[in-house]
Design a protein around this ligand. Structure first.
Ligand code: GDP
Length: 198
């Protein structure tokens, strides 16, 4: 299983710019620097696809990528970066609130990306709850697996599962954007949410 094509479609900084389109939307969220762009790049097999998020003026926007002409990957702006000014945080919170309020029912699946080395933050818990409240399936990708020793993996996953209070049905996928680990499992989840497995 591998996506064949992926293209950047647009960025949205206000609700008017949200994409209204019948294709399923898979929504990616995570703290700044957790590796969200790297995960999206790994999933699509494109080195620089999600780098659009790093270009000036685009860091605080929602980015839409169309894969295989049938599914959107929606990249929410990263959160939790300590140095961001207060107004900027408020703008982010407002954009997220609008997004989940208007788009929530249309989200086909959520992917929360966390760092496998750390206990999820309060912001991660909030984000997980936003996904839950919109009624969509949620998978958690525990990224940077390559940074842990083998014996550290299970306890780390347990800590994540317990802190976020995942439901047994929520996939928790250990992932390494760097090495490719977990790509198959996360791709299968995305295709499953789309409602097909071709
Ligand atoms: P974003 O801010 O969440 O989009 O994060 P980036 O994708 O820009 O990644 C942040 C940093 O983490 C970069 O230096 C990446 O090279 C690094 N990174 C991302 N994923 C992994 C991973 O799976 N393993 C390791 N070792 N580093 C990673």
């Amino acid at each position: 299983m591998q996506f064949q094509s992926a293209e950047y479609v647009r960025s949205a900084g206000t609700p008017e710019q949200f994409l209204r389109d019948p294709f399923p939307k898979m929504v990616f969220a995570g703290r700044s620097n957790v590796g969200k762009s790297s995960v999206i790049n790994r999933l699509t097999g494109r080195k620089n696809l999600a780098r659009v998020g790093a270009s000036p003026g685009k860091t605080r926007q929602i980015h839409y990528f169309l894969v295989d002409n049938s599914l959107y990957l929606v990249d929410l702006p990263g959160y939790g970066y300590a140095k961001v000014p207060k107004e900027e945080k408020a703008r982010w919170a407002n954009l997220m609130e609008q997004f989940f309020k208007t788009e929530g029912p249309r989200i086909s699946g959520g992917v929360l990306i966390v760092d496998i080395r750390h206990r999820p933050t309060a912001d991660d818990v909030t984000m997980y709850q936003w996904f839950r409240d919109s009624g969509c399936p949620v998978a958690v990708a525990a990224n940077k697996l390559d940074k842990l020793k083998k014996r550290e993996i299970e306890p780390a996953l347990t800590l994540i599962r317990e802190t976020l209070r995942l439901r047994p049905s929520d996939p928790l996928i250990s992932f390494s954007a760097e090495k490719g680990h977990g790509k198959e499992a996360l791709t299968a989840y995305l295709l499953d949410c789309r409602g097909g497995n071709s």
